[in-house]
Design a protein around this ligand. Structure first.
Ligand code: 5AD
Ligand code: FES
Length: 351
């Protein structure tokens, strides 16, 4: 007989903490009934803090040029089939201006680790977006940089930084990344970002190659102790031009289950229903919200580059204009009883 994990679920919902072994059992012992209990508690918790509001972040994919060679990623340096592009500062600020008029109050500048975006250049872009739209939050998702770089960008007005930790297990990290990249450096970046006063987002892929239940349990423990303001999780999806091309994708079921767990581990966390989730299932983002997520990130990149920012195969939203994407997501959220709001969507510290 499989273990009844409902006492573990109740314990998590009351104390927001389990041991690594307990997180492991929570994942390994799940079934439809326990998933429903977990989801109901997660949704209740999210509703208590954020009501039925869903926050939107306008995602601007600034460059697919990357010095890194992560084994899972379609824009890795050694993919010769990736058609490279970068947006210039005027194009990026124009995306933000368009986004502002569509009701976005948070912009996420995401890109590969492209040496064009020096502190000067990137800092200038942040300053100019903040000057035009002082009521907006600027989030950067530009990879690993030096402490002084993070410090400079913060001084230029960047409010938040997304840097997925990818995996809490150093050995697993080494199997997903080339030797030149290190888990210690990644974790150090996250700590520095926090010290510099950023709202910080970590996260990981669900179902990445070599991932085990034990490793997922370590990820949950990391989230419990680090207490990030944001946490991005989505299914791993193979990309045809990477070494992981034949690996299976992560599942909708486990991703949604983990979204519910993370909501209970750290109730106020800003938790997106990601594009990857919408890619493996046509209603993936809706299901993510109904599992405890509270953020969606429509694409604001110029339509002519969308297809090129291909981290994984069959990514959705590559043909739609920004306004269409925004409309589409508002309708999708309304269809499940949630409301997309015009708001910076800040982390609510108070429990
Ligand atoms: N499948 C799913 N997510 C991916 N990412 C990169 N490649 C893939 C993939 N093949 C995620 C990583 C990265 C974020 C920007 O996108 O977690 O941090
Ligand atoms: Fe982009 Fe639906 S959210 S088209």
């Amino acid at each position: 007989m499989a273990e009844d994990i409902s006492p573990l679920i109740r314990k998590l919902s009351e104390s927001h903490s389990l041991s690594i072994e307990e997180y492991e059992r929570l994942i390994a012992g799940r079934n439809e009934e326990s998933a429903r209990l977990l989801r109901d508690l997660a949704v209740k918790e999210r509703r208590r803090i954020y009501g039925n509001h869903v926050y939107v972040r306008g995602l601007i994919e600034v460059s697919n040029i990357c010095r890194n060679d992560c084994l899972y990623c379609g824009i890795r340096r050694s993919n010769p089939h990736c058609e490279r592009y970068r947006l210039n500062p005027d194009e990026i600020t124009a995306c933000a201006d368009e986004g502002y008029s569509l009701g976005f109050r948070t912009f996420v500048l995401q890109g590969g680790e492209d040496s064009y975006f020096t502190d000067e250049v990137l800092g200038g872009i942040v300053r100019s977006i903040k000057a035009s739209h002082p009521d907006c939050a600027v989030t950067l998702s530009m990879g690993e940089r030096s402490r002084s770089s993070y410090e400079h960008l913060r001084a230029c007005g960047a409010d938040r930084y997304l840097l997925r930790h990818e995996t809490a297990d150093p050995e697993h990290y080494a199997r997903l990344h080339p030797p030149a990249m290190s888990w210690d450096n990644r974790m150090n970046c996250l700590r520095e970002l926090r010290e510099l006063g950023y709202q910080v987002g970590c996260g990981f892929m669900v179902g990445s190659p070599y991932q085990t239940t034990r490793i997922l349990a370590e990820d949950l423990k990391f989230i419990e102790t680090f207490r990030p303001e944001m946490c991005g999780i989505g299914p791993f999806i193979p990309h045809k031009d990477t070494p992981f091309r034949d690996e299976p994708a992560g599942t909708l079921e486990l991703t949604c289950y983990l979204l519910s767990v993370i909501r209970l581990v750290h109730p106020p966390v800003l938790l997106p229903a990601t594009t990857a989730l919408g890619t493996i299932d046509p209603l993936g983002r809706e299901k993510g919200i109904m599992s405890g997520a509270n953020v969606v990130m429509p694409n604001l990149s110029p339509v002519n580059v969308r297809r090129k920012y291909e981290l994984y195969d069959n990514k959705i939203c590559t043909g739609e204009e920004s306004a269409q994407c925004r409309e589409c997501l508002s309708n999708r959220m309304r269809s499940i009883g949630y409301e997309v709001v015009v708001d910076r969507g800040d982390f609510k510290r108070a429990l």
